[in-house]
Write a new protein. Structure first.
Length: 309
């Protein structure tokens, strides 16, 4: 299995258009030891039968152009066989509407995510321009499904969506009921037995840790280093837990969970622009590295070999 990190930033990206925090300013000034990041999405491949996107960020067009293997091989073609969604947050789904140029799309999503995206949403009609434009395939919770392209071509990849603690997208608050299928982690497997868990938004690892035995690579929510990262400098009143992201470095945070997260390789992604570990020389980065974690960057390639089959 191959994974390409298309975007390793949280919602807003790094830098974020309306943010003048130290990290965003450092990138605009071209300072070293910190890299710009587009919004959260990965591409996964099990072989020559195409790529599967996990999430489709507002930056998808740039992300496709930046990765030659996602370029068309014919006048009308895309190597993207299917798109799997983890939730309905706009930083994970808005890119779908940028892929509206009349090409068959296959989207795997839970019922709650599908409803939030396609019901009462006039813009969604732009993805039903012809019969078979968008094929929706259901992701039932805790059940493995093979991922196939528009004509049923197998990709060699299988996915299990597991409910993980999260929250309903901001635009659905008070409109749609909160349900366990509004936020899932994706457990991906290929025929060779390589296993990856992609959990880019999660408030509590109690639902994640028990399912990491035999997982070769864990890609985990690295949004905030601390709970008050936005509130302390007055950027927002929200704390990390209000936004359903478990902070990394706080008491009870993901670093403390490390011994219980049995994956062979652990990588933080979906990183907010305020996160101090983005600076490669920071004390926070040293703590993360010392605890055995890597920090994803855009364009990072991960080869997943079955290490613990
Ligand atoms: Zn997000
Ligand atoms: Zn910023």
């Amino acid at each position: 299995m191959r994974i390409r990190i298309l975007g390793s930033g949280a919602g807003g990206g790094v830098p974020q258009w309306n943010c003048g925090c130290e990290n965003c300013a450092a990138i605009r000034a071209g300072r070293p030891f910190i890299a710009a990041r587009t919004q959260d999405s990965i591409a996964v491949s099990a072989g020559p039968s195409g790529w599967v996107l996990c999430n489709c960020s507002p930056d998808i067009l740039l992300q496709i152009e930046a990765f030659e293997e996602l370029h068309p091989k014919a006048p009308r073609h895309s190597p993207i066989a299917a798109i799997v969604l983890t939730n309905g947050d706009l930083d994970h789904v808005l890119g779908l509407f940028s892929l509206r140029e009349s090409y068959p799309l296959v989207v795997y999503a839970t019922e709650g995510v599908r409803r939030g995206l396609f019901e009462q949403n006039a813009i969604a009609r732009t993805l039903s321009r012809f019969e078979g434009h968008l094929t929706h395939r259901a992701l039932a919770l805790n059940a493995e499904v093979p991922i196939a392209g528009a004509r049923g071509e197998p990709t060699g990849l299988f996915v299990t969506a597991r409910p993980v603690r999260g929250k309903i997208p901001v635009h659905l608050e008070g409109v749609a009921p909160s349900s366990p299928d509004q936020n899932v982690g994706l457990w991906l497997r290929d025929d060779a037995g390589a296993r990856t868990a992609y959990v880019s938004a999660v408030a509590d690892l109690a639902d994640v840790a028990p399912h990491l035995g035999g997982v070769d690579v864990l890609l985990l929510d690295g949004t905030f280093f601390s709970s008050d990262e936005l509130s302390r400098p007055g950027l927002s009143k929200a704390r990390a837990e209000d936004m359903a992201h478990l902070p990394i470095g706080d008491r009870g945070g993901s670093l403390e969970w490390t011994p219980k997260l049995g994956a062979a390789r652990r990588i933080f992604t979906h990183i907010n622009n305020t996160n101090p570990m983005l600076v490669e020389t920071s004390a926070e980065r040293r703590r993360v590295t010392a605890a055995g974690w890597e920090v994803a960057t855009d364009g990072m390639e991960i080869r997943v070999d079955p290490t613990s089959a």
